[in-house]
Design a protein around this ligand. Structure first.
Ligand SMILES: Cc1cc2nc3c(=O)[nH]c(=O)nc-3n(C[C@H](O)[C@H](O)[C@H](O)COP(=O)(O)OP(=O)(O)OC[C@H]3O[C@@H](n4cnc5c(N)ncnc54)[C@H](O)[C@@H]3O)c2cc1C
Length: 405
């Protein structure tokens, strides 16, 4: 088992510096433009693909880093560059993790490469779980998957919402109900291959932040996919459903929750990247902005805020790294340490970006400086991948053993 160490090794440092270079030189100069355009920054994704940052190989390498720090380190640097563009670059990863968590080796080998495409023809993927009436309450999912035995096909019908890359993805991963009597334990995940008839993009949402990342409804009307598109396969699904029906599996996760749990520390790391970026801008500004004849950082009121900001950023990173290391070394999350890291990092991003705006005064409120964008971007980190309230619920249940509602 890899020891928990706060020192990155030489390989990790080299990767971190390489990503940092891309974030500083390519993402940052483009950030304001793509935020204003509110469109997927395809040229930047292509640049990332050309140098290997947007590729299956790169994420696989980071994902299998035995220390667990590969993914959080990469996320922090990318989101330090710009959150909207970074989410466009890493959004595919959520769908890929869905396949990795539930798919067979053949499904992993077939579909994940098609999610990324290649440098000459980049593609993105979408993970579609949320629905208009099923956000935090995943058990309320209504999208239905019915098996057509004669044709060995599944027929999907329903409407998904808030899907990152929804409708523009090459491959969609869709969570659907296969047995309505079993609540969230009657769900399964399906691949919808490129160009499948019946899948269309509904409304594209205009958003408060992370505007370079595409978020839309996905409408499924009699979408037929081959039996091989059921993640994990029919035999495994039938066995699982039989166990649930017999009451042998009263507790435990489901397809969507497994995906969210695996990705929470990585989402926390994204929030750390945004918070660190805003803190750095505020620190520089406080040292150079002169009022009353001295730099504003000379005032304890400002300096102490910066001290708190830095403390929170470092504490958030430590929680994220601990959870990532625990996941990589397969240690049980007995106190919901993954949720803890996402909760604290998400709230840190919101608070630190707000403090940064305050330190920049009027400039912080304008689009001449990046902190107002960072503050808008940070707001999603207490909402998606489980709201802060849901993280608290998961932690509270975990530490108490009480089924708190
Ligand atoms: C930009 C963006 C991108 C997204 N990307 C994806 C994606 O790629 N794929 C996907 O499937 N989904 C995605 N989502 C959906 C996201 O995960 C949901 O918005 C989130 O889970 C919250 O669900 P909701 O919006 O329905 O809020 P609700 O569940 O309606 O919650 C509303 C409020 O009630 C609180 N609340 C609800 N239940 C409880 C409770 N039991 N106890 C205490 N408080 C509670 C919540 O914390 C929240 O404050 C995305 C959303 C956004 C905005």
């Amino acid at each position: 088992m890899a020891e928990f160490a706060l020192d990155l090794n030489e390989d990790q440092k080299a990767v971190r510096d390489w990503i940092h270079g891309f974030a500083a030189d390519v993402m940052r100069p483009a950030a304001a433009e793509w935020d204003e355009r509110e469109e997927t920054p395809w040229p930047i994704i292509q640049e990332a693909a050309k140098i290997g940052i947007y590729s299956l190989d790169f994420y696989a390498q980071q994902f299998f880093d035995p220390t667990g720090l590969g993914i959080p380190m990469a996320m922090e640097e990318l989101f330090w560059g710009d959150a909207g563009i970074a989410l466009s670059i890493v959004g595919t990863g959520l769908a890929a993790v869905g396949v990795l968590a539930n798919g067979t080796e053949e499904q992993i080998g077939t579909w994940i490469p098609q999610m990324y495409g290649d440098a000459g023809d980049v593609k993105v993927a979408a993970f579609c779980s949320s629905e208009p009436d099923a956000g935090s309450d995943v058990s309320a999912i209504r999208t239905r998957a019915v098996y057509d035995e004669a044709k060995d096909e599944w027929v999907l019908n329903g409407t998904k919402t808030w899907a990152t890359n929804g409708g523009i993805a090459n491959v969609h991963v869709v969570v659907a109900v296969v047995d309505p009597d079993l609540g969230s334990r009657g769900h399964a995940s399906f691949i919808v291959p490129p160009g499948t008839p019946g899948l269309s993009q509904g409304q594209k949402f205009l958003k408060h932040g992370i505007r370079a990342s595409h978020t839309a409804e996905v409408v499924l009307e009699d979408v037929r996919v081959p039996g091989s598109c059921l993640l994990g396969g029919k035999e495994k699904l039938d066995e699982r459903l039989a166990r649930v029906r017999e009451g042998r599996r009263k507790q435990g996760g489901n397809a969507a929750m497994a995906t969210f749990e695996a990705s929470r520390p990585a989402v926390g790391a994204q929030a750390v990247g945004i918070a660190r970026a805003a803190y750095e801008v505020a620190l520089d500004y406080a040292k150079t902005r002169v009022q009353f004849g001295r730099p504003i950082i000379d005032n304890q009121g400002v300096a102490f805020q910066l001290a708190d900001m830095r403390t929170r950023v470092d504490a958030a990173r430590l929680l994220v790294w601990r959870a990532s290391w625990m996941a990589a070394t397969k240690q049980p999350f007995t106190a919901a340490e993954g949720s803890m890291s996402k909760l604290f990092a998400g709230e840190t991003a919101r608070e630190v970006t707000a403090q940064a705006m305050q330190i920049l005064g009027g400039n912080g409120f304008t689009r001449e400086y990046p902190v107002e964008r960072m503050h808008r971007d940070a707001a999603i980190y207490t909402i998606f991948e489980g709201t802060s309230e849901i993280q608290r619920l998961v932690i509270a249940r975990s530490i108490s053993g009480v089924p708190i509602r």
